[in-house]
Design a protein around this ligand. Structure first.
Ligand code: NAD
Length: 437
């Protein structure tokens, strides 16, 4: 079963589909964009352009199953913007994926790549399927046929997919192979998040968590407390969360709570993160559930803990109007995409809680994907230290630029500041390039 494949790959991909709450994510993104446009007094003609994804592809394709039957699958690729460079964004496999979810994530990619100033636009894709119920060979055929249906739409200068929820480096190998077979030569630049053996980048696996850590560390620099006196709570223990927790722990921060889809653990004196990583890696669901020498805690309790930093690194719509008022952390750093709803943002702003938004906080992943693409197209590979140093420079600089944007637009929150910074860059390029023809 594919769960075995995912377990063996980076991050584990143990997302519990049935637990994902459903607000309309596309409406949320549009709300944030329109709010930002109003504050920036953006030319309405530019808003009109950014509000619409440039291309939306829905593909239905047959796949032969192991038992000889044929199943039809539905796949999406939304290319939101390529004003600043090729479209860039992940592919997720999920039984509950919707076109609105893909549209929202595609637009967030456009803003994210602009915030950290990568020469990319934004895209996202997905296939409606339950990877946990498919065999590895069925998953490979789904991936190959989906990739085939995107021929002409993807490519190193056109649109560069990457792994996302329930896809992994192995899926990227299949995409690369299918694309390469169709064009007649191996093309490393067509996808990122590849295994190291076929053009992956050192440091890519940890990159998102490392980026979350870097911006949190920047935000905490001005606080007077010692790192070990600052209490951190982390939601999730997958790729982003576990790497964030590991790097924060190594740097001296005290992580008091971790909760994932199956359970949570709490220790006011600080969790032993190396032990927790070892425990979770041998847990059948890669969970922290049942970790000895710690109290148990629910996700709801974790989000409302009396801590300095809350890092939601699991899934969307976790801080909503229902619980925002109970959040006690003074800093929220969004490792996940869309963990805070616009209604909750208003409450958090009123309470003076600083939120480092997803489009900045989790941009470390796409930044190292960009490094991977650069290395692949040049066939010249860097060591991990070089990758990490370059990532640190980009994340720290971007954090400063978002802070400067907050002052420039005189806004209270970093989300609007980051959106404004991104929209400014996209708008400038649209203006410079002009409207074709
Ligand atoms: P993952 O599948 O490796 O881990 C997800 C974690 O969330 C798991 O620990 C799972 O148990 C937990 N989880 C699932 N449902 C939960 C629930 N209801 N309550 C609490 N915990 C729950 O995924 P990931 O790659 O770490 O991605 C996490 C988030 O970060 C997603 O929003 C993703 O879009 C975003 N993100 C990931 C990357 C990346 O490079 N992996 C980059 C940018 C953004």
């Amino acid at each position: 079963m594919y769960s075995e494949v995912l377990k063996s790959m980076d991050g584990g991909g143990q997302m519990e589909m049935h637990m994902i709450p459903h607000e309309n994510p596309w409406e949320n993104v549009l709300t944030q964009l329109r709010h930002t446009a109003e504050i920036m007094k953006l030319d309405p003609n530019i808003t009109k352009i950014i509000e619409k994804p440039e291309k939306t592809v829905i593909t239905n394709f047959p796949v032969k199953m192991d038992d000889g039957s044929v199943e039809m699958f539905e796949g999406y690729r939304v290319q939101h913007s390529n004003h600043r460079g090729p479209y860039k964004g992940g592919v997720r496999y999920s039984p509950t994926i919707s076109l609105d979810e893909v549209k929202a994530l595609a637009a967030l990619m456009t803003f994210k790549t602009a915030v950290v100033n990568l020469p990319y636009g934004g895209a996202k894709g997905g296939v409606v399927c339950d990877p946990w119920k498919l065999s590895k060979s069925e998953l490979m055929r789904v991936t190959r046929r989906f990739t085939y249906s995107l021929m002409g739409l993807i490519g190193p200068e056109i649109d560069i997919p990457a792994p996302d929820m329930n896809t992994n480096p192995e899926v990227m190998s299949w995409m690369l192979d299918t694309y390469s077979m169709m064009i007649g030569h191996t093309e490393l630049g067509v996808v990122t998040g590849k295994p190291l053996e076929i053009g992956g980048s050192a440091g890519r696996v940890e990159a998102t968590g490392r980026g979350v850590f870097i911006v949190m560390d920047e935000a905490l620099k001005t606080r007077r407390k010692n790192k070990s006196d600052l209490k951190l709570a982390v939601q999730g223990f997958g790729n982003v969360a576990s790497n964030f927790a590991k790097i924060a722990h190594e740097s001296g921060y005290r992580i008091v709570a971790v909760a994932d889809a199956f359970g949570g653990v709490y220790d006011s004196g600080g969790l032993d993160i190396p032990k927790l990583l070892t425990y979770a890696s041998s847990h059948p669901k890669r969970s922290v559930e049942g970790f000895p020498d710690a109290e148990t805690i629910t996700n709801k309790e974790l989000l409302e803990l009396d801590v300095d930093v809350l890092a939601p690194c699991a899934l969307e719509n976790q801080i909503t109007e229902k619980n925002a008022d109970n959040v006690k952390a003074s800093l929220i750093v969004e490792g996940a995409n869309g963990p805070t709803t616009p209604d909750a943002d208003e409450v958090l702003n009123e309470k003076g809680i600083m939120v480092i938004p997803d489009i900045l906080a989790n941009a470390g992943g796409v930044t190292v994907s960009y490094f991977e693409w650069v290395q692949g197209t040049q066939s010249l590979f860097w060591d991990e230290q070089e990758v990490n140093d370059r990532l640190k420079r980009i994340m720290s600089r971007s954090f400063e630029e978002v802070r400067a944007s907050k002052d420039k637009y005189n806004v209270k929150d970093l989300r609007t500041a980051a959106m404004a910074l991104a929209v400014e860059k996209i708008a400038k390029v649209i203006e410079l390039r002009g409207i074709f023809p």
